[in-house]
Design a protein around this ligand. Structure first.
Ligand code: DQA
Length: 150
């Protein structure tokens, strides 16, 4: 089993970007924690980050044939991008949306997510644990889907 992990715009700056909101873990820290969890679960995690919407859409289309599901922090694109929603719908892979912060408790424009209606679920507000919990939930869903008795 393989889970693609997509990090949206500005998440390459984690560690120094508004640490009071997003914490001090870097993107490498998050990817390392996910790789360790993936190894425990016996699955592959394939991380990808871009500040470019087009590159994220290209990655989704490319990973479609090798990924069973997608864990995505859409970052700012989640609030605005029909194209991202369409890209996720186009690949027909279950996805879980995660956020380090809790967008619902922040500015009003962060309360809307274009992609939530199509997500399996959302984990937000727990920093790196949002990613780890979302990964685990997606893994459990995929395992159940593959083998209804597990
Ligand atoms: C974020 C929340 C978004 O509102 C914001 O645009 C981000 C990061 C988070 O992980 O908390 O870039 O997705």
């Amino acid at each position: 089993m393989r889970i693609a992990v997509v990090h949206g715009p500005n998440l390459n700056l984690l560690g120094t970007r508004e640490p009071e909101v997003y914490g001090t873990s870097t993107l490498d820290d998050i990817n390392r924690a996910l790789a360790a969890l993936a190894a425990d679960l016996g699955v592959e995690a394939e991380p990808f980050q871009s500040n470019s919407e087009g590159r994220i859409l290209d990655f989704l289309a490319d990973v479609r044939d090798r990924a069973d599901g997608v864990l995505i922090n859409p970052a700012g694109l989640g609030h605005t991008s029909v194209a991202l929603l369409d890209g996720l719908l186009a690949i027909s892979r279950p996805f879980v949306e995660v956020h380090l912060s809790n967008p619902a408790s922040r500015e009003p424009f962060r309360r809307h997510s274009m992609i939530t209606p199509a997500a399996l679920g959302v984990v937000a507000g727990f920093g790196v644990d949002s990613y780890l919990s979302g990964f685990r939930c997606l893994f459990n869903h995929l395992r159940r889907h593959r083998n209804p008795d597990s």
